[in-house]
Design a protein around this ligand. Sequence first.
Ligand code: CP3
Length: 355
Amino acid sequence: MMNAAPASRFLRACAGLPVDATPIWLMRQAGRYMRNYLDVRAKYSMLDCIHTPELAAELTLQPIKAFEMDAAIIFSDILPPLMGMGLNLEFVKGEGPVLHNRLERPYDIDRLATPPAEQTMSGTLGAIKLVSAELGHHTPLIGFAGAPFTLASYAIEGGGSKTYQRTKTLMYNEPTAWQRLMHKLVTVQADYMRKQVQAGAAALQLFDSWAGHALGRLDYIHYVQPFNTQLFHMLADLDVPLINFSTGTSSYIEAVAQCGGTVLSVDWHMPIDEVWTRVGTDRPIQGNLDPIALLSNWRELKFRADDVLDRIAGRPGHIFNLGHGIFKETPVDNVKRLVDYVHERTLTPPTGGWA
Ligand code: CP3
């Protein structure tokens, strides 16, 4: 829990405190919609960028310099920790991530290692040190990790998936192997997230991108909820907010919220006022603009941003964000206009002094 009241908008909103204007940052804000990201990536591979602190720091800071973002997120990816466990990860151009030696049988799970993060993710930890020193207290830096289910799905499918057939078949047929896999992932991720805070991260986000796409409510409660709950519990003593992100989970958002986390980050399927009715208005919420709105004209984009803000109705505890990552086709001007608009529309004049 937080000790003194935090000063930055983002950390105040995460604590449910009033803010001078609604904080905003965008998931995947350092990415291919930015010209200078593409310039760096033309020279260095994705894994080089992740494992070289100076490159990761530069990419992290690009959107902070270009826009008035209220938080930075460290440039990395959710998948590299799997490399330290023994999986052979490659980012294939035009295809996305591929795990060449995917987990096929329980024996493969038992062979996975659980090394400490400083051995396997020292590039990201080093980048966090560089960026947090450069940003100081003004712009908080968010560290992150993938949730056990989402990571397990990549490790078992060997990459992305539409149906999660292999993952669910292993989960159903080999429930004890599934538990061993999830425990290993919880161990590795809890250690990694803690060390990101020690390196200077001011908040942590857990990305459970695919559980909601793959699983119905009962499977979520049985096969996912215990492990996300355990992970949040293991991090609860840290002095930073924990953001619990998922997509496709509207039909069982209560079960997602119950896992823990200071802030619940939701996609655009359900309006935020309804999320609040279901999980309690005391829970800070992050979201939930459809990222495709950023591809449309300003009238449509403003209409959708206004809808999010109208439903918040000035209640404290809101961090404006997308419901999922920004698309590479997004016009940079739309990002700037959205960020500025959210600040301008929500700005409250300082109290005290002459009215
Ligand atoms: O938000 C940020 O600016 C920080 C960087 C960040 C990346 N990946 C960089 C990245 C973060 C927070 C992630 C998280 C991530 N990675 C998730 C969870 C969030 C989500 O979107 O659900 C997932 C599922 C991944 C796995 C992943 N990495 C995929 C599926 C892909 C390929 C698809 C795609 O969007 O290109 C990646 C590659 C990746 N990770 C890129 C970036 C900037 C693109 C690399 C490139 O082609 O230049």
